[in-house]
Design a protein around this ligand. Sequence first.
Ligand code: HEC
Length: 102
Amino acid sequence: MRNSKNIVRAMALAFLTSGLLAGSPTLAAGNDKAKKADRPDPMQVVRGAKAWKNNCGRCHNLRSPKELTDEEWDVSVSHMRIRANLLALEAEDIKAFLKASN
Ligand code: HEC
C-alpha cells in the first residue's frame, strides 16, 4: 500500500517537473493497477497534482500533502474548495493527489 502510493506520487511529481503526459509507458503500466479496488487512479492523481499546484498556492504557500492525514484532507479540501471556487471534480482530483502523496 505504502509502496503503491509512492509510485503514484513519483509519477505525479515526474509529470509536474517534465510536463510529459502522452505515451508514457510508466503511466500506461500504472493504469492497469488502478483497476484494482482501493488504488488511486494515476490519471486522477496527475490531474490533481496540476490543479493543486495551480490553485492551492494562490492565497497561502502550497501546503505539503504530508501535513495532513487522508481524513483531514477530506475536511480541509472541502473547506478550501469553497474559498478557491473549485469545481467538485477538481476538488476530487486534488484530494486524490494529496492522499496519494501524504
Ligand atoms: C481563496 C484563497 C484560498 C485558496 C485558493 C486556498 N486556500 Fe487554503 N486557506 C485560505 C485561508 C484564508 C486559510 C486560513 C483560514 C481558514 O482556515 O479558513 C486557509 C487555510 C488552509 C489550511 C489550514 C487550515 C484548514 O482550514 O485546513 C490548509 C491545509 C489549506 N488552506 C489548504 C489549501 C488547499 C489544499 C487548497 C487548494 C484546494 C487551498 N488551501 C486553497 C485561503 C485559500
